[in-house]
Design a protein around this ligand. Structure first.
Ligand code: SF4
Length: 164
C-alpha cells in the first residue's frame, strides 16, 4: 500500500512497528475473523482476545528486558509471517486511521523517521490521492479497526462530512 513512499528494504531493516512497549499494547493490530483463523493455523498457541463485535487482537505480556513484546507474528529472520496479507493497520502504518471528535481522520505516527522526514506536501498529496478513498471505505466497513485518536499523531486528512 505504501511502496510509493517507503521501500521494502527500509521497512524490513526497521520493524519498529512490530514491537510494542507495555504501555502500547493497545496498539497491537486488530484483525478480522478470516485473519484470526489464518493466525490460528500459523500460531495455534497464540493468545487472541476479542477487540470488538467481530474483531480480535493478541493478548501480549512483557517478554523482553525493556518492558515490551514483539508481535507473535514477527519472525526475527524473515519479518511478518503473514507476508503481504497483513492486518489492515499493519499495511497502513505509519499512517493511521482514527476517530477524532466524531469523525474519521488519517494521521501519521511520529515513530517512522523514513516517512516523517519527507516533505509535508508529499505526504498530503499521497494521503489525498492514494489513501483517502480505500482507507475511509475500509474503515467504514470495519469500525473496530479504527483507533481512538492519539494526540502524538498529526492529522493529515479529515474524512469529508456528509450532510443529509
Ligand atoms: S501482524 Fe505482522 S506486520 Fe503486523 S505487527 Fe505483527 S508482525 Fe508486524
Amino acid at each position: 500500500m505504501l511502496t510509493k513512499l517507503l521501500c521494502r528494504k527500509t521497512c524490513a531493516q526497521c520493524r519498529l512497528c512490530c514491537v510494542f512497549d507495555s504501555y502500547d499494547f493497545r496498539e497491537t493490530p486488530v484483525f478480522d475473523r478470516r485473519m484470526r483463523d489464518r493466525i490460528a493455523s500459523l500460531l495455534p498457541d497464540a493468545a487472541v482476545v476479542s477487540a470488538g463485535t467481530d474483531s480480535f487482537r493478541f493478548r501480549l505480556t512483557v517478554t523482553d528486558d525493556e518492558g515490551g513484546c514483539a508481535c507473535p507474528l514477527l519472525d526475527p529472520e524473515n519479518g511478518c509471517m503473514l507476508g503481504e496479507d497483513k492486518p489492515f493497520v499493519c499495511r497502513l502504518f505509519p499512517f493511521r486511521v482514527m476517530h477524532l471528535n466524531g469523525r474519521r481522520v488519517i494521521a501519521v505516527s511520529p515513530l517512522c523517521d523514513a516517512l516523517t522526514e519527507k516533505p509535508l506536501a508529499v505526504l498530503l498529496r499521497f494521503v489525498r490521492d492514494e489513501l483517502a478513498d480505500p482507507v475511509f471505505a475500509y474503515a467504514a466497513a470495519h469500525p473496530d479497526e479504527v483507533q481512538p485518536y492519539d494526540a502524538l499523531c498529526p492529522v493529515l486528512l479529515w474524512e469529508p462530512q456528509t450532510f443529509d
